[in-house]
Design a protein around this ligand. Structure first.
Ligand code: CO8
Length: 256
């Protein structure tokens, strides 16, 4: 597929997506969302894929929604643009395979929201995070008000949302917004190794870990435990766990 605003590279079971509008610090416009939808259509049909990595070209991960495009919108158009972005990020979050954000630089506004819809975030020590919408007289529109508090807690979320402070990767690590900070030059190597590690595990198990953990987060604890027990039981019927446990007993690597 010939995309204009994204690059896609596939190596074995790992697909790497990079947002490629470096001249606008990878700001998210309608075309990026249209292309992300096409890309996700494709990913959903590639059963050989086991992990996705998302990053940005140049010095930014994503510096937000495209302010130039938004500046001409009326209230209805802005709401539609918000919903369009939310749907793409919800789709990303609901993907069966794990999605890792490799945050190489600015992750601001819609860029931070993009990273938050990934399963976890590894940051370069040069990355910067923030929700600067109030600087523009706006609030986040791609579920930032919802995901940020769930990820870092209400106090840190409201601090970032109300002050528009841009924080370092180390500060983001302290908040739990990112899971690891690495030297900029090492970022893609570390993330790809992590992706390969995940890809080497039982893929149905990884998929079900994602499903049960994410679904369980939004339902009552007891219902989440029931869901876990259901999927724990199901994992005994799928062949994968038989091989995994047998391999352990035979002191060899599983042959999935
Ligand atoms: N949108 C459009 N263009 C952008 C954006 C953006 N978000 N960010 C940067 N650019 C462009 C600049 O305009 C500039 O273009 P040009 O070279 O043509 O002048 C180019 O990228 C390079 O940027 P800078 O020269 O500003 O680079 P600096 O290194 O000096 O500064 C910053 C980097 C600090 C990241 C700075 O560019 C900046 O503050 N960017 C805006 C950050 C921001 O406010 N992001 C939040 C946007 S709002 C949002 O994301 C809401 C999401 C929900 C939307 C809901 C739908 C309605």
């Amino acid at each position: 597929m010939d995309y204009k605003t994204i690059n896609v590279n596939t190596t074995n079971a790992i697909v790497c997506l990079s947002i490629a509008r470096p001249e606008a610090l990878n700001a998210l416009n309608s075309l990026v969302f249209d292309e992300l939808n096409l890309f996700l259509d494709w990913v959903e049909n590639q059963s050989q894929l086991k992990v996705m990595v998302i990053t940005g070209e140049g010095k930014a991960f994503v510096a937000g929604a495209d302010i130039a495009e938004m500046s001409n919108m009326n209230s209805e158009e802005a709401k539609a643009f918000s919903i369009k972005g939310q749907k793409v990020f919800n789709r990303l979050e609901a993907l069966k395979i794990p999605v890792i954000a490799a945050v190489n630089g600015f992750a601001l506004g819609g860029g931070c929201e993009f990273a938050m819809s990934c399963d976890f975030r590894i940051a370069s020590n040069k990355a910067k995070f923030g929700q600067p919408e109030v600087n523009l007289g706006l609030i986040p529109g791609y579920a930032g008000t919802q995901r940020l508090s769930r990820l870092v807690g209400m106090g840190d979320a409201l601090y970032l949302l109300m002050t528009a402070d841009v924080i370092s990767a180390e500060e983001a690590l302290r908040m739990g917004l990112v899971q690891k900070v690495v030297e900029a030059e090492e970022l893609m190597k570390v993330v790809m190794e992590m992706a390969e590690k995940i890809a080497s595990k039982g893929s149905k198990a990884v998929e079900n870990v994602k499903l049960v953990t994410r679904k369980g987060f939004n339902i009552a604890f007891e219902d989440g435990c029931n869901l876990e027990a259901d999927y724990f039981g199901k994992s005994f019927g799928n062949g994968e766990s038989g091989e995994g446990m047998q391999a352990f007993l035979e002191k060899r690597k599983p042959n999935w």
